[in-house]
Design a protein around this ligand. Structure first.
Ligand code: NAD
Length: 314
């Protein structure tokens, strides 16, 4: 079925963006993508290039953004340099691509009467406070420039909704994993890195005792949350998106071993400064406001991802 709505996905050549493209095309939406291919990869969108409009461009340039936004109904704003470590090494880069780019997206959206902007925010905003599960109204405590840009982006979204009448929703993602996540990048997330190493029979490295926990969230849940947020009547809200379940890194290695039929032991190294010990989301707001519920839980997600890597022999 053809849906006459046009969605602009910023950062569409990245991990989350490319998964959004696939699902939205499947549901009959028209899709445009803008990406500067800095952390993203053209390979992620190659299968869709004949079905989407792709603009290779930088969101730091307002005129480029304004051109990309013409005729667009909704924007799923995923583009950012999604790395804490990079932001500490290069705060200006992070500020430009995460915050200045977000302001440009909001300005262009307002000028073009876009129906809604969905903003990819991050659980890093909560920082290291020990209270669990994290509720959206907990005081923010960004511990890196990355988290700070993500938090300021949320505030820009809320003020554009309040002061300029532009509907926005910020989705605070918790440790998303799935296909198209780069296991080889310097800042690679733990799940693709561990699976890739363990498929090769190599030992993954855990910093600390492995008892640190995360609310790992399979990509299908994130994609669904974006579509629900886009189609909802809600605006100006910040909403956690996760599974609402946590597992430790030791358990993660155990589950991967189980699915691979191996018994690989991790290598333990010193804890890294700044790493949060536990992370778990309260997802009741997402359930209440968006009708969201996780559709793929962690174990099933890991199984799907291992199957995917085995298929593509990465
Ligand atoms: P990704 O690096 O795979 O995708 C980001 C995309 O944005 C890349 O394709 C990159 O080339 C593009 N981009 C960066 N700067 C740009 C610019 N100035 N102009 C145009 N394009 C630009 O990262 P991802 O994991 O898919 O993350 C998507 C979003 O979700 C990010 O905003 C990130 O902060 C947020 N997020 C991700 C996670 C996670 O677990 N993956 C968790 C919390 C928040």
């Amino acid at each position: 079925m053809k849906v006459s709505k046009t969605i602009l996905i910023t950062g569409g050549a990245g991990f989350i963006g490319s998964n959004l493209i696939k699902e939205l095309l499947g549901r009959g939406y028209q899709v445009c993508v803008i990406d500067n291919l800095s952390t993203g990869n053209i390979k992620n969108i190659e299968p869709f290039l004949n079905k989407i409009e792709f603009i290779e461009g930088d969101l730091i340039d307002l005129e480029t953004v304004k051109n990309a936004v013409k005729g667009v109904d909704y924007i799923l704003h995923q583009a950012a340099i999604p790395s804490v470590a990079h932001s500490i090494k290069n705060p200006l880069d992070s500020h430009n691509s995460n915050l200045n780019a977000t302001l440009n997206v909001l300005l262009a959206a307002k000028e073009n009467n876009v129906k809604k902007v969905i903003y990819a925010s991050s659980s890093s905003i909560y920082g290291g406070s020990p209270e669990l599960p994290k509720e959206e109204n907990f005081p923010p405590n960004p511990l890196s420039f990355y988290a700070l840009t993500k938090y300021a982006g949320e505030k820009y979204c809320q003020l554009f909704s309040k002061l300029c009448g532009l509907p926005t929703i910020s989705l605070r993602y918790f440790n998303i994993f799935g296909p198209n996540q780069d296991p080889d990048s310097e800042y690679s997330a733990v799940i693709p890195k561990f699976i890739k190493l363990m498929l090769q029979g190599k030992q993954p490295v855990i910093y600390g005792d492995g008892e640190q926990t995360r609310d790992f969230t399979y990509i299908d849940n994130t994609v669904e949350a974006n579509i629900l947020a886009m189609e909802s009547d809600i605006s100006g809200e910040v909403i956690n998106i996760a599974c609402g379940e946590m597992i430790s890194l030791n358990q993660l290695v155990e589950i991967i071993n189980k699915y691979l039929g191996k018994n690989i032991k991790p290598i333990y190294q010193d804890e890294r400064a700044g790493d949060v010990k536990h992370s778990l989301a309260d997802i009741s707001k997402a359930k209440k406001l968006l009708g969201y519920k996780p559709i793929v839980m962690i174990e099933e997600g890991l199984k799907k991802l291992i199957d995917h890597y085995e298929r593509i022999k990465k």
